[in-house]
Ligand binder design. Sequence first.
Ligand SMILES: Nc1nc2c(ncn2[C@@H]2O[C@H](COP(=O)(O)OP(=O)(O)OP(=O)(O)O)[C@@H](O)[C@H]2O)c(=O)[nH]1
Ligand SMILES: [Mg+2]
Length: 320
Amino acid sequence: MTWLDKFKETFSIKKDKKQYLEGLKKSRDYLNSQLDDLFKPDKVMDDNWMDDILFALVSSDVSVETASKIIDLFKSELRKYNVSAADEAKNVLIQTLIDFYGDTPIDVMMALDNPTVILIVGVNGVGKTTSIAKLAFKYKSEGLNVGLVAADTFRAGAIDQLRLWSEKVNVKFYHGNYQEDPSSVLVSALRKSKEDQIDILLCDTAGRLTNKTNLMNELSKMFRVMDREISGAPHAIWLVLDATIGQNGINQAKQFIEATEVGGIILTKLDGSSKGGVVLSIKDQLGIKVLFVGLGEKEDDLKSFNPESYFLSLFGDSYD
Ligand SMILES: Nc1nc2c(ncn2[C@@H]2O[C@H](COP(=O)(O)OP(=O)(O)OP(=O)(O)O)[C@@H](O)[C@H]2O)c(=O)[nH]1
Ligand SMILES: [Mg+2]
């Protein structure tokens, strides 16, 4: 059994396989339309061929810089395994991408005797609130006592949107009033969540552009008051990025990383018109791992990010 066969076998028993394959269908179709010809048995694996593969990666939203590093690794893997037929090279490319990405860390270290508080940040419309609902669904089904905090008091309708999700997923909901200071909403939510013995508290925030200094100041204020209420809170800050905007997401993320301690990324809308390669640039250029991927709009459509499942699904013509 080769290394890739082993991955495929592991993947075939993963419970998320169906959703990964369905969610990444559009990206897979796109990538295969770029790559299929290149992996035909009669293709000559010369410099032009390598350039075409680099181009296919770049057109799938991998940055040029990251794609060049991947191509170097791919070349050395081809030499290592002595692969000289293009139809065998596809498996080597998949393996190269999995290796290049590396392992995924665990999402969050749970606080011992207090709620573990997670703050979700990101610009408008990327999928923060929906991802929170999906996380609530996931943690609840793992047996945790989950609470949601509506600290987006900026957008009319944001509180109700989260309330509806909390009812649907059946988890505790903490909120203040529209246009109330989000820090004060957080303080009272943190306080109540301790009384309610919540295990994990997911805090929704308003979509913000990082160049708006007042919004960034507001974020710093939130950190200060949260830590005062529960030491170490927020225990994690997760940035939500919309995969359909490709490389622009990297620039967006850089601004948040400068302003906050982003511990992980939730990459949403991979089932949309995303091309999927941005995962590689995120890891390479930001040094932050994708923890979860959004593969649809329903509460069960957020999956822990797993590089093997992801890259096999992205290429995987023969794995479904
Ligand atoms: N297809 C798809 N749609 C998604 C996904 N995640 C979120 N959406 C949709 O994206 C839209 C915006 O999602 P929200 O969760 O409201 O985004 P938000 O970041 O909270 O937006 P603001 O509160 O306005 O900043 C909604 O229509 C969601 O259903 C996903 O993984 N796949
Ligand atoms: Mg929202």
